[in-house]
Design a protein around this ligand. Structure first.
Ligand code: ADP
Ligand code: F6P
Length: 322
């Protein structure tokens, strides 16, 4: 006996690679288990506008490999208000939809937590490149975004080495340094600047100059957007040591393209897990993977907790970048 008969799924906030794979998993798992399943277009905006359609098996065909989200996404100011949230909940109820899977980042989770307080059985799936959500090792899209950054740095290395130059690469992540940290470790960056760790720019500049003096033929600084812009770092470096680094801002390229197999698998596991938890009567949870195991954590706790910074990995990157 299922605790829900009819559920909906939406994608919200910044898109991320693997959102489509998550939508597919939610829809197919729901249908497999005999539920009716609906899709809300454009996140919470679609909930308010009642932009909701029924899905079948074919509605999610040929999307597992696609970036972006077929449901589209939005940042919806109206949903920040109690009236907007009530309207969204009412629109679900009038169709007999009793469960909702929200795929998005921490802002979207806050919206989901509000809906759950209005009696909608909600489940959150971590859909963001930023990897800034606690109680999951990884968010859907992070692996692909890091791969894109690493690939870009591989290319930059060629031209940097030819010219014996320094490059500053600015990456996304909002207030979280995980993209810079993982991509920095994976690409052998000399310096990784993240919002979680204070740094001294004069020391960074001295290290750069010393490295060139000791035979290094290139130098990579990865800067997370939460610190400041890559251009600002370049100006400060030049003031300190006279070297003029070239700046690359990767921007939204990090959010596009086909998801990696890791993101597709993570999305598939989490999407199916969220549906099974709803069927079993669970709700108001954020789904994640910790040490390989699927976990569901109270969504109110998730939205009020800061993800801890991975200090061990940061120190490893420092040790290996001599
Ligand atoms: P992300 O989910 O990627 O972090 P945002 O922070 O832009 O992206 O949040 C996405 C949407 O979630 C917002 O546009 C808004 O509609 C909704 N949202 C964010 N914060 C809240 C909140 N405190 N209460 C209700 N809804 C919220
Ligand atoms: O949350 C994903 C993200 O790409 C952040 O890394 C970045 O700060 C922000 O979204 C950019 O938002 P927008 O797509 O509105 O420019």
């Amino acid at each position: 006996m299922s605790a829900v008969k009819s559920i909906a799924v939406l994608t919200s906030g910044g898109d991320s690679q693997g959102m489509n794979a998550a939508v597919r998993a939610v829809v197919r798992s729901a249908l497999y288990n005999g539920l009716e399943v609906y899709a809300v277009q454009r996140g919470y905006q679609g909930l308010i506008n009642d932009d909701i359609r029924q899905m079948d098996l074919r509605s999610v065909g040929d999307i597992i490999q696609r970036g972006g989200t077929i449901l589209q996404t939005a940042r919806c100011k109206e949903f920040l208000t109690e009236e907007g949230q009530q309207l969204g909940a009412d629109n679900l109820r009038k169709r007999g939809i009793d469960g909702l899977v929200v795929i998005g980042g921490d802002g979207s989770y806050k919206g989901a937590s509000k809906l759950s307080k209005l009696g909608i059985k909600t489940m959150g799936l971590p859909g963001t490149i930023d990897n800034d959500i606690p109680f999951t090792d990884f968010t859907i899209g992070f692996d692909t975004a890091v791969s894109i950054v690493v690939d870009a740095i591989n290319k930059l290395r060629d031209t940097m080495t030819s010219h014996e130059r320094s490059s500053i690469v600015e990456v996304m992540g909002r207030h979280c340094g995980e993209i810079a940290l993982y991509a920095g470790l994976a690409s052998g960056a000399e310096t990784i600047l993240v919002p979680e760790i204070p740094f001294n720019i004069a020391e960074v500049a001295t290290r750069m100059k010393d490295n060139f003096a000791h035979g290094k033929r290139h130098s990579i600084i990865l800067v997370s957007e939460g610190v400041c812009s890559g251009e600002q770092i370049a100006t400060q470096i030049t003031e300190c040591n006279g070297i003029e680094p070239r700046v690359t801002v990767l921007g939204h390229i990090q959010r596009g393209g086909a998801p990696t197999h890791n993101d597709r698998i993570l999305a598939s596991r989490l999407g199916d897990f969220a549906v099974r938890r709803l069927i079993e009567g669970d709700s108001s949870k954020a789904c994640g993977v910790l040490k390989g195991e699927l976990v569901a954590t109270d969504i109110h706790q998730v939205v009020s907790t800061q993800r801890p910074f991975n200090m061990e990995m940061y120190e490893l990157a420092l040790r290996l970048s001599q």
